[in-house]
Design a protein around this ligand. Structure first.
Ligand code: A3P
Length: 288
């Protein structure tokens, strides 16, 4: 299939037609946020599905029912995707959502509500690698070509939801004040219980240490990889083929070291550095 058949363009961003439509994007723009809603925002491949496991458990005090009975895409739906309209009336409050939207695409009701945001950021080198494999296994995305070719596309923003740097910057320059918290994928990998405590404090969940430990166990890479409600095994192979590359691929930080040549690293760093020049915030990892 050609790129035109696979993707549509929405306000300058390419999105897959399999999961998005004009109706779903209109639905997102007209969506009414509630003050109690929580939305996890990610650039694709930064830990979205992980947050779909974490948020219901943090919000409901560790009750495993949702993660064992509801597929991740219906449990914590994407704001912009087709499934939201189907499941919106079944979401229990407080509702949790995810989105890949940059800040300026968020709907009007988001801005007037008090909905909280957790922005999850991941080292862009690992985002690139994870995305490269994901494009190989996802039948609803285009073929990534060689790693070198895919890196160019990524750096130029010719990938889902545009440039990584623009996404990160957009969510740093907001009027959200204490409605937004920032966390990194690397923090979550390094010490998940500590990350859960931060999330729980932010959401006012007041979890006991025992519950934090229980949630951490159920949100570990291996437990999630074995959870049929989260590992995409319910999706037909033509859309997601885990024989090509499993969705739960490695779940580590630093896999980029196994993929980047020294030339690719130099090019990647120089582009990202240039785009982050003059920014008031610094990235939490060294780029080299
Ligand atoms: P890798 O491809 O590097 O393994 P997203 O959900 O935004 O598409 O991100 C997918 C990435 O998050 C994949 O990275 C996946 O393995 C990783 N991931 C998902 N759940 C995880 C967990 N519990 N622990 C560590 N990594 C996780």
């Amino acid at each position: 299939m050609s790129s035109e058949e696979i993707y549509m363009t929405y306000r300058g961003y390419i999105v897959p037609k399999e999961t998005h439509s004009l109706e779903s994007l209109k639905f997102a723009q007209e969506f009414t946020f509630k003050d109690s809603d929580v939305v996890a925002v990610t650039f694709p491949k930064s830990g979205t599905v992980w947050m779909q496991e974490i948020l219901p458990l943090v919000l409901n005090g560790g009750d495993l029912t949702p993660i064992h009975t509801i597929p991740n895409w219906d449990r914590v739906p994407w704001l912009e995707e087709k499934r939201l309209a189907v499941v919106v009336d079944q979401l229990s409050s407080p509702r949790a959502l995810v989105t890949h939207f940059p800040y300026h695409l968020m709907p009007p009701s988001f801005h007037t509500s008090k909905a909280k945001v957790i922005y999850v950021m991941r080292n862009p080198k690992d985002v690139l690698v994870s995305s490269y494999y994901f494009h190989q296994m996802a039948g609803f995305l285009d073929d990534p070509g060689t790693f070198d070719e895919f890196m160019e596309k990524f750096l130029e923003g010719r990938v889902l939801f545009g440039k990584w740097t623009d996404h990160v910057k957009s969510w740093r320059h907001t009027e959200l004040g204490d409605r937004i918290m920032y966390i990194t994928y690397e923090e979550m990998v390094q010490d998940l219980p500590a990350a859960l405590r931060r999330i729980s404090d932010f959401l006012g969940s007041n979890l006991s240490e025992e519950t934090v430990q229980k949630i951490a166990e159920h949100c570990s890479f291996n437990t999630m990889k074995a959870n049929n409600m989260s590992n995409f095994s319910l999706v037909p192979k033509q859309y997601m083929d885990s024989n090509k590359s499993p969705f739960f691929r490695k779940g580590v930080s630093g896999d980029w070291k196994n993929h980047f040549s020294s030339e690719q690293l130099a090019r990647f760093i120089s582009v990202i550095r240039k785009e982050m020049e003059g920014e008031s915030f610094s990235l939490p990892w060294s780029l080299d």
